[in-house]
Design a binder for this molecule. Structure first.
Ligand code: GLV
Ligand code: MG
Length: 308
């Protein structure tokens, strides 16, 4: 079955055409990696990259990290061949497919049905390979809820900021930076919140896209930190130098994690002392109740997943 609770703090983009980068990625501490057949691969290199990706998945060496492939968008002529080649060739060693530029739930349904066909034809377990739709344009954002709910295979919605900014004609050249001249708040708040609530409404994860200024770790921390604070599960990384910062940003702070565990312990103690009746209780000067327990469970869950 698909897994909607994977560790997805850092998701490393690896060009499917580069043997060197694929080898290097095996030793890196990202929670997830995806071998890219889309924008990191030139049109003439797509066919060879497919073969390289199949070999890289089958050769293994990825530990318990989530193994993904980004295929080309359904507006190109490459998608069906990408899916057939990768799943026929390496379906047993693949966890999810990242589908870019999803603008309608039909894109997800197409991939779901195609995956089912390939799984049946090759004797793979039907329904195990997950789908991660990228929200990268205005139509995709408008339909984000329907996209998240389009298939039980959807594990996460992924924001594609570069394509998104281009698609709405935003007057900015730097991904994640506020567009010059816009000085009344955060130009991305609506987009992030819409993707996050669409994902949560369907019980799937939400992942922030890449930050392209790879030497600017402060910028990465600021922009990733906002998504993490809202509730996103993780962020794409494009370079090894971004991984540690992103893993840290998307793990709870130690003091928050400790406090969350204390709330859970105290609430459980009060509940059993009251013979199982759930109600408000005190933890020091703080009143805790069922809603506090749920909030604490979110932070504690993230901390436990990060091995705290
Ligand atoms: C990622 O695919 C992006 O467009 O930012
Ligand atoms: Mg994109």
């Amino acid at each position: 079955m698909v897994d909607r609770h994977r560790a997805r703090r850092s998701c490393l983009a690896v060009p499917g055409s580069s043997a060197k980068m694929i080898d290097k990625a095996r030793g890196l501490a990202a929670d997830q990696f995806f071998l890219d057949l889309e924008d990191a691969v030139a049109p003439l290199a797509k066919a060879e990259a497919r073969e390289r990706v199949v070999d890289a998945l089958n050769e293994g060496g990825w530990g318990d990290r989530t193994r993904s492939v980004r295929v080309n968008a359904l507006t190109t002529e490459w998608t069906y061949r990408d899916v057939a080649a990768v799943v026929e060739g390496a379906g047993a060693n693949l966890d999810t497919i990242v589908l870019p530029k999803v603008s309608t739930p039909d894109h997800v349904r197409w991939l779901d049905l195609t995956l089912t066909q390939v799984e049946r034809a090759t004797g793979l377990e039907v329904g195990r390979i997950g789908i991660e739709p990228q929200i990268e344009d205005a139509a995709g954002l408008e339909a984000a809820g329907a996209i998240a709910g389009a298939s039980p295979r959807v594990e996460a919605l992924v924001y594609g900021p570069a394509d998104f900014m281009a698609s709405i004609n935003m007057r900015s050249l730097v991904v994640g930076h506020q567009p010059p001249g816009y000085d009344v708040g955060d130009a991305y708040h609506y987009v992030l919140m819409k993707i996050l609530t669409a994902a949560r409404a369907h019980g799937v994860q939400a992942v922030d896209g890449p930050y392209l200024q790879i030497k600017d770790v402060d910028g990465l921390r600021a922009i990733g930190g906002r998504a993490a604070a809202l509730g996103f599960d993780g962020k794409w990384v494009l370079h090894p130098a971004q991984i540690d910062a992103v893993n840290e940003i998307f793990s709870p702070r130690q003091e928050d994690y400790d406090h969350a565990e204390n709330i859970l312990d105290a609430y459980e103690w009060h509940t059993s002392a009251a013979g199982g009746a759930r109600g408000a209780a005190m933890l020091g000067d703080e009143m805790i109740d069922e809603a506090s327990r749920k909030m604490a469970l979110v932070i504690a869950g993230k901390g436990r997943a990060a091995g705290m």
